[in-house]
Design a protein. Structure first.
Length: 156
């Protein structure tokens, strides 16, 4: 049986590159929230995950897998809210806050490289990768996901 762990690492004060990435991620999230509000207001059918991915492809300075991961997270939030409302939970709310300044940045396995005690996170073609120093005592194994938050990075 495979052992899956999430390890939270404190990385200290955020660098300018980290802040910029989290801000760009928030821009994508805000666009998704505004688009969803507009579709609901007009009573249009919500776009599928595939349509959203193709619509936002290449519009943000993020790795393509990062943008896809954020869209998947947003669609999962929409689906879970819809399910809760169908089951009678009237307090369930769709994602509504569209003025976020920062959002977590997610990387999938294809954008993660480990080089000793450095983690190299790709940010797409033409952008410099984000390099993060990690402890040397981390368990060996494949890193399948990384999430950059404020002052921390979570590795799966």
């Amino acid at each position: 049986m495979k052992d899956i762990r999430v390890i939270k690492i404190n990385i200290g004060a955020p660098t300018a590159a980290q802040t910029e990435l989290r801000g760009e991620s928030a821009r994508l999230w805000n666009r998704l929230v505004k688009l969803h509000k507009y579709c609901r207001k007009k009573r249009w059918n919500w776009l599928t995950e595939k349509q959203l991915k193709s619509h936002f492809k290449g519009r943000f300075n993020l790795h393509s897998a990062t943008a896809q991961g954020l869209i998947e997270k947003f669609c999962a939030n929409i689906d879970s809210t819809r399910t809760k409302r169908k089951n009678g939970d009237s307090s369930a709310r769709y994602p509504w806050r569209d003025k976020k300044k920062f959002q977590i940045v997610m990387w999938k396995a294809s954008a993660i490289k480990r080089n000793g005690n450095r983690l190299i996170l790709s940010n797409g073609r033409g952008n410099k990768p984000l390099k993060v120093k990690i402890p040397t005592n981390l368990p060996l194994g494949k890193i399948v996901a990384a999430e950059l938050g404020f002052r921390e990075i979570r590795l799966t």
